[in-house]
Design a protein around this ligand. Structure first.
Ligand code: PLP
Length: 365
């Protein structure tokens, strides 16, 4: 094949493709355990599957409703906001992209903590904006005072990922209030609450309450993590009306399929049942954390459906060791390993791999 002679957009070569969690090769016992994408280990709820079956034929041959009246209405009632405050997307990652496209001019700055969600810098660069990464503090938490100090006249958007992916840490309500007092009102602060259902800390801010309290807050939610719909792709923002309207303008038409809408509606109707699973995952998080600490590992206390092992220079070796045992995790070389919470057997497999390989032993020593 001949080499492409077309010209690509300048700067595109500096944009990394999103690195998705890989399935692990089978381990010694023939099992492959994927704990690299923070997915929900449970199968979909029977009530959700039953509802999908009823809409399936139409859902395939017809375009979905762009307004998604039923889902938008259900979300508005669930959070006691106006339907005008809601903007949907094909996963909240698309909504994050909408926010950047709608709010930034070329060269505008979009700030976020680092390390945080890997999609942020990619989405920002694709939109032609400038990512501003503010390092997490020594406890792997957002350094909100440093973020406030990094605001410039070019700042248009700030993401606060709470709980933070991949460290699982949270900001407190008082910290976020103090931060908001320093953010000019023309700068929109996006509280990305992809993992909010797993957050058990007493002093965490509620994104929705902050949305009600400040005119420049948007909240991002997803059905992918706690509700187990990652494959169907549906997320949303709750935002000031003018912002939500702008998001709908830049949204990809028909990106939220009828199946995704139907599954989301059915999931909202089954929140009690889903809550039991969330409670299970939180209990497993506690159990896994204790078991890993018992092996001498440092585990950052997590409020999400994953744990963060700050292994530093030992990270790459640890990632490879997990793979040898058929477990895929997310390893950020030189920084640490993120391990999603799986079902009890999968979490046992994580501990068994740590014991067998002596993962972290050199760090603990
Ligand atoms: C997983 C994740 C999302 C969104 O996932 P979607 O599947 O696109 O809804 C958003 N933010 C963070 C921080 C995440 O980890």
């Amino acid at each position: 094949m001949s080499k492409a002679t077309q010209t690509f957009r300048p700067g595109l070569e500096r944009i990394a493709a999103y690195r998705a969690g890989k399935p692990a090769p089978a381990g010694p016992d023939g099992r492959s355990v994927k704990l690299s994408s923070n997915e929900n280990p449970y199968p979909p709820l029977p009530s959700v599957v039953a509802h999908l079956t009823t809409v399936l034929p139409e859902a395939i041959s017809r375009y979905p409703s762009i307004a998604a009246e039923e889902l938008t209405g259900a979300l508005a009632r669930r959070f006691d906001v106006s339907p005008e405050n809601i903007a949907l997307g094909s996963g909240s990652v698309e909504v994050a992209g909408q926010l950047i496209h709608a709010m930034t001019a070329p060269g505008d700055e979009v700030m976020f903590a680092w390390r945080s969600f890997e999609a942020y810098p990619i989405l920002v660069r694709v939109a032609g904006a400038v990512p501003v990464e503010v390092p997490l503090d020594a406890d792997a938490r957002h350094d909100l005072p440093a973020m406030a100090a990094a605001i410039t006249e070019r700042t248009s958007l700030i993401f606060v990922c709470n709980p933070n992916n991949p460290t699982g840490t949270v900001v407190t309500e008082a910290e976020l209030d103090a931060f908001m007092a320093q953010v000019p009102s023309h700068v929109l602060v996006v509280v990305d609450e992809a993992y909010v259902h797993f957050d058990r800390s007493a002093d965490s801010p509620s994104g929705i309450e902050f949305f009600r309290r400040y005119p420049n807050i948007a909240v991002l939610h997803t059905f992918s993590k706690a509700y187990g719909l990652a494959g169907l792709r549906v997320g949303y923002a709750i935002a000031p009306e003018e912002v939500a309207e702008a998001l709908r303008k830049v949204a990809i038409p028909f990106a939220v399929t009828r199946l995704a809408q139907a599954a989301a509606v059915a999931s909202l109707a089954a929140e009690d049942e889903l809550q039991l699973r969330i409670d299970e995952m939180v209990a497993e998080r506690t159990r896994l954390t204790a078991a890993l600490e018992a092996q001498g590992l440092t585990v950052i206390p997590s409020e999400a459906n994953f744990v963060w092992l700050p292994l530093g220079e030992a990270t790459a070796d640890a990632g490879a060791a997990f793979e040898r045992h058929g477990i895929s995790v997310r390893a950020f070389a030189g920084e640490g390993v993120r391990v999603s919470i799986g079902d009890p057997a999968e979490n046992d497999a994580v501990v068994a791999a740590v014991v067998a390989e002596g993962i972290g032993a050199s760090v603990a020593a």
